[in-house]
Design a protein around this ligand. Sequence first.
Ligand SMILES: [Zn+2]
Length: 290
Amino acid sequence: MDWRREMVENLLTPVGDNKVSNSRDSSIHIVTDLYQTCINRKAIVRPPTIDNYLRVVYEAGEEVGLEMVTTGLVAKRLNVAQSTATVAIQRLAREGMLSYEAYYGAKLTNAGRKRAQQTVRKHRILESFLTRVLNLNWAETHAQAQFLEQGVCPWLLERIDEFLDHPSHCPHGDPIPQLDGSLPASETMALTECREGVGFVLCRVLGHNPNLLRYLNEMRLGIGAKGVVLANASEGGPMVVCLSGQRREICRQVACKLMIQSIDTASEIKQCAHLKKAKKTRKAGKQVAL
Ligand SMILES: [Zn+2]
């Protein structure tokens, strides 16, 4: 469905109990402003701006823990040709926003990081707005927020932030930088680091791959979902987890993108029939068939 039509249709849907329960008038004003911005700018086909580039370098570095981000990765994330990304990155290097080394990639300078943080803030607040107020699926919000971040001015952004009661994380669990550049503390680890028997709550999904997000939706594995690790073989192979009483396999490429916090004493562990059965079988000295 055309997202603009969806935006208007969602506007007509009453705001539920679990949504932001602020004044409906304010909601309508904000949506109308955003909608008008989109129409005026026809930004759906606009090429990425330098702020889009800086955000992507920031996010890619944040996810993989590397400062140096290749032009190929930037091009892929922004859906542009590698030559286009290289030209933009070289320009940003001349402007002092990035330091660039041919064949290695680019990293943010202090000035570039400061500017990128403000775009990241804008992007993640918009994602929160699209998900919480307009009910957009978390697989769709990233692309739409990337487009909207080109047109939303600072005063509107701060108004949306206030309207949402200053969210600390985006719908994918990424921390939202504050105006002073600080980040909310969030200590997480990859699901692949979890040993067998550990309860967990999903806090963050790295990357914005819509296919991955849709797949997680099918598994009902959203932010805040709880589960228990049933098997995590060190030699590789898929991880086995229990989610809402269902035994599920998660391949390691996916599991390493799921950032969790452990919840050892959670009721999920006590209630997990799979884990109880596994423990019983192990006590009896039998092979565990998970
Ligand atoms: Zn996000």
